[in-house]
Design a protein around this ligand. Structure first.
Ligand code: UFG
Length: 330
């Protein structure tokens, strides 16, 4: 296949899985990552790694040198509470840096752009499952910083010969089934990562934030999607952008069903044969009761179908990766 795919943030959690999926599909891949939160060892050896910031002029050289025809843009900051305490970091890393990258893409004539967006663009939805055309009212700078980049891409695609796909991720979890990558960044706050850290003795318990949500068991409900299914959706989205260069897309990436915090912890207990201590605590600020994806659009637009849509499988893969990290002393 002609031209390389540039993956920003390809040393990070989701980006490294996209690199695996692209390499497995026979694409030539070049990764640009500043390795602030990512790891060089997480990048598939079949890909080329360039350590740089995405706003650096070096990116234009990478695009030219590798004949980049498409960009998958994962690089960014992802911690919601941090976005509240340090909003300018998020508008810099997720919005301003994306602007620079998109400018480099346009200047070099890159034809296709895939963007990591988020369910946080919806804020607290009036209705779940939430569909793409429902109101976008982010309740934190993280969600707003990503929504602003979506808007930029819409305007740029109307003005320049570039099409794009923004994928709005729901709760991404799990790890590569072959054990080649996983979630490795320290200081995790995401539920499944926290729970498998508890299961492997890195924490003593799991806090359950809130028991009075309007959900069947009172704990928060989310749409957990396996990271390898998500990576596969990116490869299909790329193929669609190439096949239909006049069209751009915004699509939810979720399975369209929800699990509560207790459901997730039950799955972890089942998979580990342990009983992890649960501490019932107050709500975190800004958590919606339930957030699940209406995924009709992605199912009707892409050939993509969930393959790893099973909570125990997601947990088992996350756990296997956590054990592997433990063996490396991480
Ligand atoms: N939770 C706990 N205990 C924990 C961690 C989480 O009870 O230790 C609960 C949360 O309250 C929530 C659920 O588990 O009900 C999931 O929480 P996560 O922190 O794993 O994920 P979020 O749903 O808060 O965040 C996800 C994405 C973000 C995105 C956000 C949009 O990871 O990137 O959805 O709402 F911004």
């Amino acid at each position: 296949m002609d031209g390389a795919i540039l993956v920003t943030g390809g040393a990070g959690y989701i980006g490294s899985h996209a690199v695996l999926a692209l390499c497995d599909a026979g694409h030539r891949v070049v990764v640009v990552d500043n390795l602030v939160t990512g790891f060089a060892w997480a990048v598939d050896p079949r890909a080329t790694l360039v350590q740089a910031n995405i706003e650096d002029a070096a990116v234009r050289d990478v695009i030219a040198e590798h004949g980049v025809r498409a960009i998958m843009h994962f690089a960014g900051s992802v911690v919601v509470p941090e976005s509240v305490s340090d909003p300018l970091k998020y508008y810099r890393n997720n919005t301003a840096a994306s602007r620079s990258l998109i400018e480099s893409a346009v200047a070099a004539g890159v034809a296709h752009f895939i963007f990591s967006s988020t369910a946080a663009t919806y804020g607290i939805p009036d209705v779940v499952p939430v569909a793409e055309d429902m109101p976008k009212r982010p309740i934190n700078p993280y969600g707003m910083s990503k929504l602003m980049t979506e808007h930029m891409l819409g305007d740029v695609a109307a003005a320049h010969p570039m099409n794009y796909c923004a994928l709005r991720y729901f709760n991404v979890a799990g790890a590569d089934p072959q054990g080649r990558s996983g979630q490795s960044t320290a200081g995790a706050t995401h539920l499944i990562k926290v729970a498998v850290e508890a299961a492997t003795g890195k924490r003593g318990h799991v806090s359950i934030f809130g028991t009075d949500f309007a959900t069947p068991d009172g704990t928060g409900v989310r749409d957990y999607i396996h990271v390898s299914d998500l990576a596969a959706a990116h490869v299909d989205a790329l193929n669609l952008l190439i096949a239909r260069p006049q069209q751009s897309h915004i699509m939810n990436c979720g399975y369209g069903r929800g699990y509560s915090v207790n459901d997730v912890l039950d799955a972890v207990d089942r998979v580990t044969n342990l009983r992890i201590e649960r501490r019932y605590e107050g709500r975190r600020a800004g958590d919606p009761d339930a957030l699940t994806a209406d995924n009709a659009r992605i199912l009707s637009t892409l050939p993509w179908r969930p393959r790893l849509d099973d909570l125990d499988t997601i947990v088992a893969h996350a756990l296997a990766w956590e054990r592997k990290l433990g063996e490396r002393g991480a």
